[in-house]
Design a protein around this ligand. Structure first.
Ligand code: ATP
Ligand code: MG
Length: 414
């Protein structure tokens, strides 16, 4: 688990602002769910033999004996919240959420125990138009963030009928290659063989390459859905690669699945992952409702923005206000309020805590501000503020408060 320190915050804020702009641009509404849920919710939805449920959840007993877990992901929570609040019954909902998730994984670059996801979930639409919209939305976000070189991988997991036919052949094949399966995969063989194809174990890759592919077992409905999705993506010029082994680590997906992947973050290359989960709402006690969603890993996106040194909006103060002496403090704090009233968007840091002129000037310089405003005895006597640029050698000037507002106006984008 990690802190996000002030130097990192501008990148986070920029990312969050871009996300907000994009989701609002598509007419999505925000939902906020609790961080803790009943353990059972995740066991029933994500699946008992997945990594998340078997090994990664932070589970504890509440004072009344209930088993609770810190949420490892948002989709199950969102479905639960949607059903409980009557948002899903005979309705279309386009929702998004953002917040911390918890998984007890081995910490490494791009993998943390508390991490943050922003997710989007849509209910009541069976696609593939909405599937394409979600992908377009993510593509637009990458563009806004100037994150080029992300690869879109898509696949279809078919309907449960198609999966059942494939599953039988897959188990047969995997059983024949039992000697190459690692311990985990042996456990999954009967319960969740598709997940074995998602294994990152290098010793199993060759065997996985040769396994029967779900794409060859697709029913008409899912292959038409997939074809139509591809046409829609082609139509808007979004490039993709079909990855037949993209199966996703959770049990509830079907039909469309997709991931945006980069090679720039080492092994932790997936920055956004999603898919269709038409059965989940009903499984949790709601009326059968088609659904699709995705989640983005915020730490990985932040790392990409930092690694590529992409520009983020400046959040350093425009001006630092040096206040020397008691009457400067009382007059200066008042004037600072007036400046903020007159110039919304102005980032003005007033010096607090007293100290010499020299010392305050050092702090002004360290703040990164473009301007220093100085109020001392002389200025008070003349009813002027001294204004000096800290970043170039321009001569200092003396301005009264209305001239100061005019002066700063130029630099403050409202
Ligand atoms: P991976 O294959 O990398 O383990 P996953 O399939 O477990 O990913 P999802 O549950 O699909 O991940 O979560 C969506 C996104 O959340 C991931 O693509 C990734 O960007 C991010 N993410 C998942 N787990 C972590 C983690 N432990 N630390 C940081 N980000 C994570
Ligand atoms: Mg994982």
């Amino acid at each position: 688990m990690h802190d996000i320190v002030p130097q990192q915050s501008p990148v986070w804020q920029h990312l969050e602002a871009c996300i907000r702009q994009v989701v609002q641009g598509y007419g999505y509404d925000e939902i906020r769910m609790p961080i803790v849920e009943k353990t059972e919710l995740f066991v029933r939805t994500i699946g008992e033999v997945t990594d998340i449920v078997a090994k990664e959840m932070y589970t504890f007993e509440d004072r009344n004996g209930d088993s609770l877990s810190l949420r490892p992901e948002g989709t199950a929570c969102c479905v639960r919240a949607g059903i409980e609040n009557g948002l899903l019954y005979n309705q279309i909902q386009r929702l998004w959420y953002s917040g911390p998730m918890f998984r007890h994984e081995r910490p490494q670059k791009g993998r943390y125990r508390q991490f943050h996801q922003t997710g989007v979930e849509v209910y009541g639409l069976d696609g593939p138009d909405i599937d394409a919209e979600l992908i377009m939305m993510t593509a637009r976000l990458w563009k806004l963030l100037r994150l080029e070189r992300l690869e879109l991988q898509i696949n279809t997991l078919g309907t449960s009928v198609a999966r059942a036919a494939h599953r039988e052949k897959l188990i047969e094949y995997l059983a024949l290659h039992r000697d190459v399966l690692d311990e985990e995969s042996v456990l999954r063989l009967e319960k969740n063989p598709l997940r074995i194809l998602d294994s990152k174990n290098p010793a199993m890759q060759e065997m996985i390459e040769g396994a029967p592919q779900l794409l060859d077992y697709l029913d008409d409905e899912s292959s038409q859905h997939f074809e139509r999705l591809k046409i829609l993506l082609d139509g808007v010029g979004i490039e993709y690669r079909i990855n037949p082994r993209l199966v996703r680590g959770l049990d509830y997906y079907q039909k469309t699945v997709f991931e945006w992947v980069t090679t720039d973050l080492g092994a932790q290359g997936t920055v956004c992952a999603g898919g269709r989960y038409d059965g989940l709402v009903e499984q949790l006690g709601g009326k059968a409702t088609p659904a699709i969603g995705f989640a983005m890993g915020m730490e990985r996106l932040v790392a990409l923005i930092e690694d590529r040194e992409l520009a983020v909006p400046d959040s350093t103060p425009h001006a630092y206000f040096v206040l020397v002496g008691d009457s400067a403090v009382s007059q200066g704090l008042l004037l600072a309020e007036q400046l903020r009233n007159a110039l919304p968007g102005l980032r003005l840091r007033s010096h607090c805590g007293g100290g010499s002129f020299k010392n305050q000037m050092k702090k002004a310089d360290k703040s990164g501000a473009q301007w220093v405003l100085i109020l001392g005895e002389d200025e008070i006597a003349q009813q002027q503020i001294t204004v000096k640029s800290l970043r170039d050698g321009k001569p200092q000037t003396s301005l009264d408060s209305s001239a100061l507002i005019q002066h700063l106006k130029e630099f403050v984008i409202v």
